[in-house]
Write a protein that binds this ligand. Structure first.
Ligand code: BDR
Ligand code: CA
Length: 319
């Protein structure tokens, strides 16, 4: 039976890839997509989710929950500076939702509808998940699995020297989640940094006669350009799709239960994830953390998943 999935996303190219993969994968039933501010402000994240869904038009539409916070609440203006919205390049048409439901409400209802069976895949700041856990304090014990893209164990951060972007954007929410009794799995930068989509692999993607190929070719090149200009790389990170793969092919990952928490106040280290890795830890293990991954297998599955999505989503309509 396909896994019931809630995707919580801040699209973002990386998140968009994960949405495409999950929506058309036979082993996943995406029951809801909820948006959160992060890579882009909350309203743009919600707009991008609607635009992607409208364009891809999957056979089974998930419920949609919208980011429910003001646009000026983030500590940084997106991952690569103000207003970088790679999905803008696709000029997706957006139909307004007739009665938009807040993300945290949708999360609570979908988990309650299938207790113990839903995997939440959190690919942005943990704002919505924290709000859902506040709204329904029993929820953590009803979630089957909470898979989180974010944090670091031994490597540096990617938004500050110490902090990973998603955790940095809402460290209090991240701390709340780390301290909650949910069955949590973290896929940190230590692992996701290792899987990149190279320019060579870009040429293996489905052709632009398919909807999926078309949209990938619209949104990926600006991201490749940013990575080239900022980091001198001919490749982009795909942290969120890698995290999604931990739900699809868990056998490609090695998890270890660690004792972790989040710094919420430090001047230099705010948003850093801290793990008790002393010889004799004093903290109690509370989160499963991916420590190793079969990188090649993960990238192969990712490309195969996008090809499958291209077949299932169908062809671009001629004007
Ligand atoms: C995370 O930051 C965002 O830019 C990506 O979408 C990913 O979720 C990686 O640090
Ligand atoms: Ca993301």
């Amino acid at each position: 039976m396909p896994k019931k999935i809630i995707l919580d996303v801040d699209p973002g190219v990386d998140d968009a890839l994960a949405i495409i993969l999950a929506l058309f994968h036979p082993e996943m039933e995406v029951v809801a997509i909820t948006s959160v501010g992060g890579n882009v402000p909350p309203t743009i994240a919600s707009r991008n989710v609607s635009g992607l869904l409208g364009f891809l038009d999957p056979d089974r539409w998930p419920r949609v929950g919208v980011a429910n916070l003001p646009d000026d609440g983030l500590p940084v203006e997106g991952r690569y500076g103000p207003s970088v919205d790679y999905l803008e390049a696709a000029c997706l048409r957006v139909a307004g939702l007739r009665s938009p439901h807040p993300a945290e409400k949708v999360i609570c209802e979908e988990v309650r509808a299938a207790p113990g069976q839903v995997t939440i895949v959190a690919l942005g700041p943990l704002t919505n998940i924290s709000r859902a856990f506040h709204r329904d304090p029993e929820l953590p014990s009803l979630v089957g699995q909470l898979l989180i893209s974010g944090g670091t164990v031994t490597v540096g951060g990617n938004i500050t020297p110490a902090a990973e972007f998603n955790v940095f954007c809402d460290p209090k929410a991240a701390r709340h989640i780390f301290r909650s009794p949910a069955n949590k799995f973290l896929v940190p930068l230590d692992v996701t940094n290792k899987a990149v989509l190279t320019f060579d692999l870009f040429h293996e993607l489905p052709s632009d006669s398919s909807k999926v190929g078309w949209i990938l070719r619209a949104i990926l090149p600006p991201a490749f350009l940013t990575y080239h200009q900022r980091f001198g790389l001919e490749a982009i990170h795909v942290h969120d799709s890698v995290t999604l793969m931990a739900a699809l092919i868990p056998e490609a990952f090695e998890f270890k239960e660690l004792a972790g928490d989040v710094e919420v106040a430090g001047e230099l280290c705010c948003g850093a994830t801290v793990f008790d890795r002393r010889r004799v830890p004093a903290w109690t293990p509370n989160i499963h953390v991916a420590r190793r991954m079969r990188t090649r297998k993960v990238i192969e599955e990712l490309i195969a998943g996008l090809k499958l999505a291209a077949q299932r989503a169908g062809l671009m309509e001629l004007p």
